[in-house]
Design a protein around this ligand. Sequence first.
Ligand SMILES: Nc1ncnc2c1ncn2[C@@H]1O[C@H](COP(=O)(O)OP(=O)(O)OP(=O)(O)O)[C@@H](O)[C@H]1O
Length: 349
Amino acid sequence: MPAVDTKADFDNAAKADTIAVSVKDVDMVYDGIHAVRSASFDLETGKFLTILGPSGSGKTTLLRLIAGFQRPTRGEIFINGAAVSTVPPHRRSIGMVFQKLALFPHMTAAENVAFPLKMRRTDARQIPARVERYLDMVRLGGYGARRVHELSGGQQQRVAIARALVFEPDLLLLDEPLAALDRKLREEMQLEFRRIQRELGVTTINVTHDQREALVVSDEIIVMNGGEILQKAQPADTYRKPANAFVANFIGVTNFLDAPQGGTRAIRAERVQIAPTHAELSGCDTIVDGIVADAIFEGERVVYEISVASMGNVLLRVFDHDLAAHGQFVAGTAVSLGWNARDVLYFNP
Ligand SMILES: Nc1ncnc2c1ncn2[C@@H]1O[C@H](COP(=O)(O)OP(=O)(O)OP(=O)(O)O)[C@@H](O)[C@H]1O
C-alpha cells in the first residue's frame, strides 16, 4: 500500500485498487496512418466494456495494444496498476477469444481447454477437475471427449471461451468472437457471455461493430470513430445522451434536423408518433403533416419513411409498433407526425 497523506491520496489509492485497465493518452501510428489517437480511459475491475465503432475506427488496434501484440507509438497502458508496454502478451494474464477460432482441431474439447493449464505448468492432478468445471460453466459438461469437428459452431465458441477463462486471467479480451455465427445463435451467445462474465466477475473488453450486442452485454460502451474515443458511458446513457451526432447516428435510428440557431437537432425514430390525423396523436407538442414515402413491414413494427413538406421534404424515419390501432399506411397516404420537444437532442456545430 502506498503512503497515504491526504484524503485525495486516499481516494486515489482506493480507486487504483479498483481500476483493472487504464489507457493513458495512447497513440498508434502505422506508416502515417493514425489508427488510435489520444485514447484515454479507465475500466473498473469486474466490468464488461464494449468498444464499438465502424470498420477502420481503431477498435482492434486498441484491443491489440491492450493485449500486447503491439506497442503504442505514444502513451502507456496499465493493467492492475502496472505499466505493461514492455510486458509480452503471454505474461499479461489475459484470456482471448477471436472471431477466427484458434482451437486445436486434432484435440478433444477437454484437451483444448486443458492446454493453457499445461502451458502454465499447473499441477497435472488438478487439471481434469478445472477443465470439467469450465466446460460445465459454458454448458458443455459431458462434451469433453468430443473432437472439435464433432461440435457445432456455437459449441466450438464455448470451448474457446472455456479455454480463455480456465487459467483465471485478470482480463478477458473478445474480438468479434460471435461475428461468424448466425443471428439467433449470436444473440444466444451474447447472453451467455454476459452470464459467464457476471458469474466469474472477470474484467472483459469486447470489440464489435454490432450496436445491439454492445447495448445488451456491456456495463460500459466506448464509441470510436477515426481512431478517437468519442464517448464512454453506460449503455442507457450512450443511447439517451449521445455525446455528438456521430454517436446518435451510429446507435439507434435517428433523424437529423437543422436547428434554427445553427447546429443539429436529432429525434429518434421511436420518439415520433404516426397517426391518420392530428386528433389521434397523443401528448405531442410538435406536430407536422407528411406523406408516406416508404413502409417496411418488420413483423413487430413498421418502419416508415415520411416526407415532410413543411421541413423542406426531409424524409423522417418513424417506427410504428401500434399496428392494431390504425393498420399499415401505404405509400402516398397523408399522415400526421408528432413528437415532444423534450425528446429532441441538440448538438453544437
Ligand atoms: N498492421 C497495420 N498496418 C497498417 N495499418 C493498419 C494496420 N492495422 C490496422 N491498420 C489501419 O488502422 C486503422 C484502424 O484499423 P482497426 O483494424 O483498428 O479498425 P477496426 O475498427 O478494428 O476495424 P474493423 O471493424 O474493420 O475490424 C485502419 O485505417 C487500418 O487500415
